[in-house]
Write a protein that binds this ligand. Structure first.
Ligand code: ATP
Length: 251
């Protein structure tokens, strides 16, 4: 589905991403891991068209989509989140998800949530699907709470819900477990594992929480100083000497 080839990005003398190759197959969860500054978020920005690569290619279903703008990537079904939560804090959890669904393929609405011209059938479909997404996120009892009043853990879940509402084929999550406690991160891991095949085709994940990574990933790409250090299944990565030494700081 997604393939990156020799992806590279330099900012002046900083080689943030150098010759990165990996792919994400339909139905899989792939994780990009590595220490701070390894180049993970830059990879996200290159794939989603926020940055133009210095070199290399991004392929989507075999077609070259290198440096396609973020809006067009979203229309192709590549939806991402950001490290900083990005929900609309004055809207309720339900309104955030419903708004994201409504926006898919439409012009943003700034004044009215539902334009009077919208058909009852569309409103019903979006409402039902928003309830289902929030239930899936474990936010069924928090529907009518303003996003700004949600806890950090609830906000992270809402953000995943908003991304799912855009009906991604590839869901790209940038540190979705940041700020979550152990129990919340375990809940998130269960949720993510259940998404491919039903709500999304595949997931590409950047995350520092190793328990979550090891639980949910089919494949892991380890980056260090912009380069690919290793790739493999969680079991392979856990036993990779290079990774243990360079990334996990083996004693
Ligand atoms: P973290 O885990 O801390 O989020 P990361 O692996 O996502 O780190 P990046 O944010 O991709 O790392 O940064 C990789 C390198 O590129 C860093 O040295 C960073 O300072 C640099 N960098 C990233 N974006 C820019 C930019 N817009 N201009 C200059 N340098 C940048």
């Amino acid at each position: 589905m997604l393939e990156v080839k020799s992806l590279s990005k330099s900012f002046g003398g900083i080689h943030a991403v150098q010759d990165i190759d990996f792919s994400v197959a339909k139905g899989s969860i792939v994780s990009l891991i590595g220490p701070n500054g390894a180049g993970k978020t830059t990879c996200f920005n290159l794939i989603t068209g926020f940055y133009r690569p210095t070199r290399g290619q991004v392929l989507w279903d075999g077609a070259d989509v290198t440096a396609t703008n973020p809006h067009s990537m979203a229309r192709l079904g590549v939806i991402r989140t950001f490290q900083k939560t990005n929900v609309l804090r004055n809207l309720t959890a339900f309104e955030n998800v419903a708004h994201a669904q409504y926006l898919k393929g439409r012009t943003p609405l700034w004044r009215t949530f539902w334009p009077s011209s919208e058909t009852a059938a569309v409103k019903k479909e979006i409402s039902e699907s928003s309830f289902a997404i929030l239930e899936l996120m474990g936010l069924g009892k928090r529907l009518h709470v303003e996003a700004g009043a949600l806890s950090c853990g609830e906000l992270r879940l809402l953000e995943v819900g908003v991304a799912i509402a855009a009906k991604p084929r590839l869901l790209m999550l940038d540190e979705p477990a940041a700020g979550l406690n152990t129990r919340e991160a375990e809940g998130l891991a269960e949720l993510l594992s259940a998404l491919p095949g039903k709500w999304v085709d595949s997931i590409l994940l950047v995350e520092h929480n190793m328990n979550l990574i090891m639980k949910v990933s089919d494949n892991i790409v380890v980056m260090n100083f912009g380069k690919k250090l290793a790739t493999g299944t969680p079991a392979e990565i856990q036993h990779n000497e290079q990774v243990l030494e360079a990334y996990m700081g083996k004693a």
